[in-house]
Design a protein. Structure first.
Length: 99
């Protein structure tokens, strides 16, 4: 059993090195969880974006979607920020408004 979990962890790590951590397609954002299972969220369902340190947490009515920005290339992070800024959220529910 430990060997199986070890292999899953190593495969997830290697996929993270050579694969994409995060994908955004037509109003959907997705990533792989720790077990390599895809997780998706509709961007139109996001009601709040929290930022803690450099990481984002997208919150809907019933779930949270955490994004580790250290795992994202700088050019892709700029694109992600642009997509998140385009969401129609109240200024107190997003870290992108100017104070």
């Amino acid at each position: 059993m430990q060997l199986l979990f070890g292999l899953l962890f190593i495969s997830y790590f290697l996929y993270g090195l050579w694969g994409q951590y995060l994908t955004i397609q037509s109003n959907t954002i997705g990533k792989l969880n720790s077990f390599g299972i895809p997780i998706k969220m509709n961007l139109s369902d996001v009601i709040w974006i929290k930022k803690f340190n450099k990481d984002y947490t997208l919150i809907t009515e019933d779930k949270e979607f955490k994004i580790k920005t250290d795992w994202i290339e700088k050019s892709s992070l700029l694109k992600l920020n642009n997509v998140l800024q385009q969401l129609d959220l109240p200024v107190d529910k997003t870290p992108f408004h100017s104070k």
